[in-house]
Design a protein around this ligand. Structure first.
Ligand SMILES: [Fe+2]
Length: 298
């Protein structure tokens, strides 16, 4: 079974005009959906069972942006089902108005879209979102670890309760098909750091580590880094996908040079093994701008 992992589109129908600062990088950037088309042309779509998109779907887009993005993704992917999660550049309310229309996200809901079941669960003031999808022998849990108040993401005890509910569902007695599924956990903010970069990992409570150790999870996939990063998290395979937009290069003078950049991961599951191969799309894109950054904007 093969699937594609892409991330960080930062899509807008039209980016806000700017002559200075971070928004300047979008002025001449190749549109993310053009990058996506270039990438999809490099893989055999007939072999793909599903596609994962690990957040930053838009660049602080509004409802119209999400509607157009979904229309374009539906068209680009055709019969291939896809699962999305949110990143720190996403707009939860605008997203929900398009991806989960009619739901009151404050109180939680469950929706079914073809093969995808979306669960919106919000026990507190913050809206939390996750989804569970089943594709043959694979269960995908998309955990929304983005947070309006934490730009580097946040996994709370409530996230862990929700995650444990999902993992327990798989282990329910009598459902052998579910019990045999491989679990892929997708989230936007990464669990490990790149030693050469200043980007921090997402914060999580001790109960999250206990969950990862207690339940069999085949791989944890994330975005946010706009670069390839791989390793293990408590013995579980961990990998990020590059972006469909840009990449930031940290310079010695504490500035960040942004370049056009696109890359995605082709993942293959064979028995108990998962292999991940990078598909470069735009490896040496043009320079978009150099900016002094007070904090991460990835
Ligand atoms: Fe991003």
């Amino acid at each position: 079974m093969e699937f594609l992992h892409i991330s960080d589109l930062h899509y807008r129908i039209q980016y806000p005009a700017a002559e200075t600062g971070y928004l300047l990088i979008f002025k001449d950037m190749l549109p993310p959906l053009e990058q996506l088309k270039k990438g999809l042309a490099k893989v055999c779509l007939d072999k793909l069972s599903f596609i994962l998109i690990s957040g930053d779907l838009t660049e602080y887009g509004d409802e119209q942006d999400y509607r157009e993005l979904k229309r374009q993704l539906d068209q680009a992917f055709g019969r291939i089902p896809y699962v999305v999660t949110l990143g720190n550049h996403d707009n939860l309310n605008a997203f929900c108005s398009v991806w989960a229309p009619g739901d009151d996200v404050r109180y939680g809901s469950v929706s079914h879209f073809g093969k995808v079941m979306v669960i919106v669960w919000a026990p507190g003031d913050d809206v939390r979102y996750g989804s569970v999808s089943h594709f043959g022998k694979v269960m995908v849990i998309a955990l929304n670890n983005s947070s309006e108040h934490h730009p580097d993401g946040m996994i709370t005890k409530e996230h862990c309760l929700w995650l444990e509910t999902c993992l327990n569902e798989k282990a329910k007695a009598g459902d052998q098909a579910k019990a045999a599924e491989q679990v892929i956990l997708m989230m936007h903010h990464p669990l490990i750091t790149d030693p050469g970069k200043s980007m921090p990992a997402v914060q999580y409570p001790p109960c999250f580590t206990r969950l990862i150790k207690r339940y069999p999870i085949a791989a944890i996939l994330s975005g946010h880094t706009h670069d390839r990063l791989s390793g293990t998290f408590n013995g579980v395979l961990f990998a990020t996908a590059g972006s469909m937009s840009f990449k930031g290069y940290e310079m010695a003078d504490r500035t960040v040079c942004f370049r056009e950049y696109a890359s995605m991961n082709l993942c293959r599951i064979e028995d108990q093994y998962i292999s991940i191969r990078e598909i470069p799309v735009t490896a040496d894109g043009k320079i978009l701008g150099t900016i002094r950054m007070p904090q991460s904007v990835r």
